[in-house]
Structure formats: structure tokens, C-alpha cells
Design a protein around this ligand. Structure first.
Ligand SMILES: [Zn+2]
Length: 239
């Protein structure tokens, strides 16, 4: 391949700028020929897409993974131990596809982990989930998102004892509320406040969703609209 000398490269770059100046605005096309804005983002914002309650239903999990893969995004899945035990192949697919599997405890019963009155019962519940997820994926979770986000002192102590990091979320899509799915009217807080929130918190915003059909249906559209609005997707630091 012919190597273009640096001055000529600069000239080419200048030419592109001039072309943009003439057309009045920057133009860039994606691989389908769709016009994309360039230099339209004075700043990029970062978010983490997290999916609770998997790996079942496995069909929806597979759809979500396919959408993330198509968009070049790694997602984080908070898995239930008992569902992982029933559907280990689906849990394995998460990790094999480059995504991250974390713990959502063993089950989703009652009020979650706060239903227990003994720390040891919580530790056992968490350890069962650790075993099931490690067995299926080859990796033990490092984080726990408690069902319903429900936690108390006992839960915090048990989570620490198992060596997990208690992790909640920044944005709740409320995708489980009827009508189910990703609907901006249900997002809490409202999307209009996310960029300010990102600037204040100085860490990628954790966006909570669930493994379910209605979320899979709208996920691609949501991702594309976020990308078009200067958002990038990442995973937790140190994953
Ligand atoms: Zn849940």
C-alpha cells in the first residue's frame, strides 16, 4: 500500500474540513449510508447497561445478547442462582459472548434478602448463587445486586462476608412496570437529567433493566438513540 506523506495527509484533512465548511455542517455516513453527525458531541457520557433476573427466559436473554453484540456493547447480567442452576447454558453464553455475569442472589422470593433474620441464612443464599454461577460460567460473581434493591445491616454484613460488592443502580427504567418495556415516560430519573447526573457523579451511570421480552423488543432503539445523543457504553471499572 502506498504511504501518504504527512503534509499530504494534513492537506487531505483540510480538504475534508473545507468540504464541511461549504456544506455548512459536518457530514459522515455509516456503513448503511445513514448520515451521522460528527463533532456534534462536545463531551461523551458513559453508561452501563445492567440486566436483572436472568438467565431466564433464555430466549429473551439470547435476543438481548445478540443486540448488545451487534452494537459492540458489553452488558452486565445480575443472575439468579436458581435460574442459573436450571439454565446453565444460557448463563455460560453471557460470559462466552464477552458480557459479565454477577449475582442477584439465589432467588427472588418474598421481600428478597431482608426476609431473613439470621446473617448465616443470607450468607448461605449468596454462596449457593456463587456456586451455581461459577459452575455455569467458570467465574464467580464479584458483585451482588439484592432483589428489589432491598437491604439492611444484616444483608450488608453478609454481602461483605461473602466478599461481594453491594451494587445498586443510578437509573431505573422501570421496564417491569406495566405496560412492560423500555418507555422513556417510566425512566427514573427522567432522561433529561442524565447528563447533569453523569457530570456530578463522575462515574458511568448504571441503567437497570430486566431480562424480558418487552425490554428486548425496544433495546436496540434505546441504544441507538443514546449513541446518537453522545452516550457510550462501558462496564464497571475492573469489571
Ligand atoms: Zn430482580
Amino acid at each position: 500500500m502506498m504511504k501518504i506523506p504527512a503534509p499530504q495527509l494534513r492537506k487531505l484533512a483540510q480538504g475534508a474540513k473545507n468540504a464541511q465548511a461549504q456544506s455548512g455542517r459536518p457530514v459522515r455516513l455509516d456503513k448503511d449510508g445513514t448520515e451521522l453527525p460528527i463533532n456534534a458531541c462536545p463531551q461523551m457520557y458513559r453508561a452501563i447497561l445492567t440486566f436483572d433476573d436472568g438467565p431466564e427466559p433464555t430466549r429473551e436473554l439470547e435476543r438481548i445478547i445478540a443486540i448488545l453484540n451487534d452494537n459492540g456493547i458489553r452488558g452486565v447480567f445480575y443472575l439468579l442462582g436458581e435460574e442459573t442452576k436450571r439454565s446453565p447454558d444460557a448463563a455460560r453464553l453471557i460470559v462466552e459472548s464477552g458480557h459479565i455475569a454477577q449475582s442477584h442472589s439465589w432467588d427472588h422470593e418474598g421481600s428478597g434478602l431482608v426476609r431473613f433474620h439470621k446473617k448465616q441464612d443470607i450468607v448461605e443464599n449468596l454462596n449457593r448463587a456463587q456456586m451455581a454461577i461459577a459452575e455455569a460460567t467458570g467465574k464467580a460473581p464479584t458483585r451482588l445486586r439484592p432483589p428489589f434493591g432491598a437491604r439492611n445491616q444484616l444483608v450488608r454484613e453478609a454481602v461483605g462476608e461473602v466478599g461481594l460488592k453491594l451494587t445498586l443502580w443510578d437509573i431505573d427504567t422501570n421496564d417491569w412496570r406495566k405496560p412492560k418495556g423500555l418507555d422513556e415516560h417510566k425512566f427514573s430519573p427522567a432522561r433529561a437529567s442524565w447528563k447533569k447526573m453523569y457530570d456530578e457523579r463522575k462515574h458511568p451511570l448504571d441503567i437497570l433493566m430486566h431480562v424480558q421480552q418487552e425490554t428486548a423488543d425496544r433495546l436496540d432503539g434505546f441504544i441507538k438513540s443514546m449513541k446518537g445523543d453522545c452516550w457510550q457504553f462501558t462496564v464497571y471499572e475492573g469489571a
